[in-house]
Design a protein around this ligand. Structure first.
Ligand SMILES: *Cc1c(COP(=O)(O)O)cnc(C)c1O
Length: 400
């Protein structure tokens, strides 16, 4: 079926909740994706940080199809090996004690909020349930995680929203301290606000939050749905911050392209989550876990060294390009701020030139597969350089 027909049919039958790029992707290999008419794209989005190993990695595809031929699903009423295998690897890699598996980032964050509240209610009082999140955060699209998301634009239409969430401006420890009272149960944050514009938190602030949580026995939840699983050049972004959270959530990059969410907990939080407290029909699905096992196994030292080297190469190249004002993020989570261009216009021009990129707020955002080569980075920089070299200012020039 040609692109035009695919797009038309979608428009007729699929709910219009997405502003899709007007292109169809049909197959892919590594960093390359192809359209039905032979269009070629270099992909620096990895499906929003999901395809950590690129398109259709051979080991990954083999593990997934092998498991699909063996046993595709059992429910959590039975044991299957891939789920426990993955949980063990995640605990060994992160120092956490227990893992709960769900199917998405939002669901992982829901699980984290439940576990934090259970701990707080078990050890303190019934009304000690307030979760403090940060302004400009993003935690998901379910009602509770929308409420947790500290952006007013998300708090429309779908109310009533949940009680028990407060928002502190990122980087301001006094403001956070002021919000903490006898009802506070947890602090939840992204170390790099992804959807909020690829904004990394200040390390001193993060340490101060950890200290505050220790003093008040608040559960510190770190949402690593976007930053986790090698994206920033370490397995968890927490490692950059020398941070030990009580709960970590993972999702996007973990499954290598299949839906998975994981809530990693330390012993003290895990203790309260006994039989019946939480569940998911699909969670820990063996096919998905088989894929995730390949992803986690691949992330050895040399794999992460490549992530770091490519990040340095990419960032150095971008810094030399016209219109570029600043570069944010860590590792292969890259935000680009322009002096006088709208990120959406750059995205469209890149797509025309065969490079797929993302935006986050006013920034251009790159989340390439973590398997990218030196040559892939060169290619992307060449296209970006071409595109930016030809662009006329489309946004009023900001003061530098
Ligand atoms: C994408 C994202 C989510 C939501 O994940 P879904 O799988 O879309 O539910 C939550 N938190 C962060 C930090 C994210 O980047």
């Amino acid at each position: 079926m040609d692109s035009e027909k695919v797009i038309k049919r979608d428009g007729e039958y699929v709910l219009h909740t997405y502003n899709r790029n007007p292109i169809v992707l049909e197959k892919g290999h590594g960093l390359r994706a192809a359209g039905p008419e032979g269009q070629q794209y270099l992909d620096f989005t990895s499906g929003i940080g999901v395809n950590s190993l690129g398109y259709c990695d051979l080991d990954w595809a083999e593990a997934v199809s092998e498991q699909a031929h063996k046993l595709q699903h059992t429910s959590n009423l039975y044991y299957t090996a891939p789920c426990g295998k993955l949980a063990k690897k995640l605990c060994k890699r992160t120092g956490m004690s227990k893992v709960f598996f769900g199917n998405s980032g939002a669901e992982a964050n829901e699980g984290a909020i439940k576990a934090a509240r259970k701990y707080s209610v078990d050890h303190y009082r019934k009304d000690r349930t307030t979760v403090i999140t940060l302004v400009n955060s993003f935690h998901g699209r379910t009602i509770a995680t929308l409420t947790a998301t500290g952006q007013e634009v998300f708090h429309n239409y779908f109310g009533p929203f949940n009680e028990g969430f407060l928002y502190a401006p990122a980087g301001d420890i006094e403001a956070l301290e002021e919000l903490v009272d006898r009802t506070t149960c947890a602090v939840m944050l992204e170390l790099i606000q992804g959807e909020g514009g690829v904004m990394a938190l200040d390390p001193d602030y993060v340490q101060a939050v950890r200290k505050l949580c220790d003093e008040k026995d608040l559960v510190l939840i770190v949402d690593e749905v976007q930053t986790g699983v090698g994206r920033t050049g370490t397995f968890l972004c927490c490692e950059h911050y020398n941070l030990k959270p009580d709960v970590v959530t993972l999702a996007k990059g973990l499954g290598g392209g299949l839906p998975i969410g994981a809530v990693l907990m330390n012993e003290k939080v895990a203790e309260g989550m006994g039989p019946g407290t939480h569940g998911s029909t699909f969670g820990g699905n063996p096919v998905v876990c088989a894929g995730a096992n390949v992803v986690v196994d691949r992330m050895d030292q040399s794999f992460l060294a490549n992530v770091n080297e490519r990040a340095v190469q990419l960032r150095a190249g971008i810094a030399k390009l016209p219109h570029v004002k600043s570069i944010s993020g860590i590792g292969l989570m890259v935000g680009i701020e322009f002096y006088d261009l709208k990120a959406a216009d750059v995205l469209a021009a890149c797509r025309e030139a065969g490079l797929l990129v993302l935006t986050a707020k006013t920034r251009l955002r790159l989340l390439p597969p973590l398997t990218l080569s030196e040559h892939d980075v060169d290619m992307a920089l060449e296209i970006l350089s071409d595109v930016l070299g030809k662009m006329e200012p489309t946004a009023p020039k900001e003061q530098a």
